[in-house]
Ligand binder design. Structure first.
Ligand SMILES: [Zn+2]
Length: 210
């Protein structure tokens, strides 16, 4: 598996470029901004982007999606429970003082147990509402890797005070779906350093007693 993690935009959202070494087909997750740099990585590994996955409809994760779709022709995938939030990108842009990226069109919704494929790579969709109503994580079972969006961070969890957020729901998602994964699973959070499920299970203050 080719996997590059590149922090993009003023909020340094971790964008993942994940490619299949044999077929060179690829999935890009959360192209929030800096699409030229993302495309540079795509070219560096000679990849063909087949899927653009958005873990949730916050502007720092979805802001560059249309530009990437225009350059690659790949569909944009987002859980339908975040479509309402996606209509608020102008409001979100004003919150953080960013220019609005314009309208983002979604090609397909992704839901629990859907599989996202590129070549021989297969990722399972985990619905993990809480940070937003439509937040998802992508789990690659063979590679034991989780792309967690803003559901889980090293030492912390996603904020739940924004529209669509729910502290109860994020705790349920973490308990039922995220902590159900093996300890050796490498976690790529939506921001900040990588971690593992085992490390977070042992030391993340929000997960103690689960
Ligand atoms: Zn977010």
């Amino acid at each position: 598996m080719i996997h590059e993690v590149i922090p993009v935009g003023p909020l340094q959202c971790n964008c993942s470029v994940i490619g299949d070494e044999a077929s060179h087909e690829a999935i890009v997750i959360d192209p929030g901004d800096d699409v030229e740099r993302v495309l540079g990585l795509v070219r560096k590994h000679n990849l063909q982007v087949k899927q653009i996955v958005i873990t949730h409809a916050h502007i720092d994760h979805v802001g560059g999606a249309m530009k990437l779709r225009a350059s690659t022709g790949a569909p944009i995938l987002l859980n339908q429970n975040d479509y309402a939030l996606l209509k608020m990108l102008d409001v979100q842009a004003a919150w953080i003082g960013m220019p609005t990226p314009g309208k983002v069109e979604i090609d397909n919704s992704l839901g629990q147990a859907d599989t996202v494929r590129a070549g021989s790579l297969a990722a399972q969709v985990l619905e993990t509402p809480g940070h937003t109503e439509g937040s998802i994580c992508l789990y690659f079972p063979l590679e034991k890797k989780l792309i967690a969006g803003d559901t889980l961070f090293a030492g912390s969890i996603g904020r739940t005070d924004l529209p669509g957020g729910s502290y109860q729901k994020i705790l349920h998602s973490l308990h039922d779906r995220v902590l159900a994964l093996p300890d050796e699973t490498v976690v790529v959070p939506g921001h900040g350093p990588l971690t593992t499920i085992g490390e977070e299970r042992a030391s993340n203050p929000f997960l103690q007693g689960m």
